[in-house]
Design a protein. Structure first.
Length: 350
């Protein structure tokens, strides 16, 4: 009966000898997965909607360049691509009048609106590229034009008082028209793409594909792909810019099957089975531009506009423009040189 108090006295003595263990600092509990029912609806999913509203207010720019020999239907294809008379043929031209040949690099801007979204589309038409007898270095004016647009953007960017929104005239996409010879690519095609694939997104396109049989078309596409690979020419979408596995899978399919797109352009409409379709009339029937069994125009349009337009813009900004900018600032010790105009202004201020 006496054992109780003695034990408790011993315990008290022990507790005096042994220091109390120091309390551990309180570690905040790991947040458990937030229970949606606890907080109710947060609304993260509206971010996309917010971005959409902003874009719809400002609209956006897309600049597309077409390059290739005269007579390959470059203007017609761009018109068909955007279902609108956007290239060279202003509404003033009669159907019968001949469209003038392009003699200088010309940028024609249009605003296209669809479903409340505004796009400022600029089509850059190049001279009848490669039409001369001596085509040596004929890509130079085109390369110069592309670099001039990067320079313009850079100058705006390094201004002390920058515009909130710098006008974007940079070329986001260059459609390179290959003649449907069925043979090899011309040395000129290879030279051009070799030089320009480093500064712009090139999408090779086989023009007037209705001049070839299906077998010829398949064979020619394979040959073009092989020649581009052998010559180390990277066309868009470039392998090294695939961001993840999903991108890689999707883009590999395009690179290995679709490229170069064999297309037919037309801005004339015909009646087929009670439906109006864009097409070309031949003695043996109508080639429907948007029918995948007839040509790959629909694939090209989906690729450029519906799936990769934003990516074309991002690759232009983050890769091609960045490369130009880094080189430019590096060569110049960090800043573009003051233009004559700004020097004069500077002197007049002194």
């Amino acid at each position: 009966p006496h054992s109780g108090p003695v034990e408790s006295r011993n315990e008290a003595a022990m507790s005096e000898l042994v220091p109390e263990p120091r309390q551990k600092p309180v570690v905040p509990m790991k947040p458990m997965g937030i229970n949606a029912s606890l907080l109710g609806y947060i609304g993260i999913d509206t971010i996309i909607e917010q971005m959409r509203k902003k874009t719809m207010k400002t609209g956006f720019d897309f600049n597309i360049m077409v390059v290739g020999q005269s007579g390959l239907g470059k203007s017609t294809l761009v018109n068909t691509l955007f279902k609108s008379q956007v290239s060279r043929k202003s509404s003033g031209w009669n159907r019968e009048e001949k469209i003038p040949k392009t003699v200088e690099i010309k940028a024609i801007g249009h605003v296209i609106e669809e479903g409340g979204v505004k796009m400022k589309l600029t089509v850059i038409d190049t001279p009848g590229f490669g039409d001369q007898i001596n085509n040596e270095n004929c890509w130079e004016p085109i390369e110069k034009y592309i670099n001039e647009q990067y320079e313009k953007f850079l100058k705006e960017e390094v201004n002390i008082a920058r515009k909130k929104r710098i006008p974007d005239t940079r070329v986001h996409c260059c459609l390179y028209f290959i003649s449907p010879t069925g043979h090899s690519l011309r040395p000129l095609d290879l030279e051009f793409m070799k030089h320009l694939s480093k500064v712009v997104n090139i999408i090779p396109v086989i023009a007037k594909a209705d001049t070839m049989t299906l077998e010829e078309k398949t064979e020619f596409k394979q040959r073009v792909r092989k020649e581009l690979e052998v010559n180390g020419i990277e066309f868009y979408p470039q392998k090294e810019f695939d961001e993840d596995l999903e991108d890689k899978t999707e883009n590999d399919k395009i690179r290995q099957e679709s490229m170069p797109f064999a297309v037919v352009g037309s801005d004339k409409e015909y009646q087929v089975n009670g439906k109006r379709v864009l097409g070309r009339k031949t003695p043996w029937g109508i080639i429907e531009v948007e029918n995948l069994n007839h040509c790959e125009f629909a694939l090209l349009r989906d690729f450029v506009i519906r799936t990769h337009l934003q990516d074309l813009k991002e690759v232009t900004h983050n890769i091609h423009y960045e490369t130009y900018r880094a080189k430019r600032l590096n060569d110049n010790g960090g800043l573009p040189p003051m233009t004559v105009e700004t020097e004069e202004n500077h002197e007049s201020n002194l």
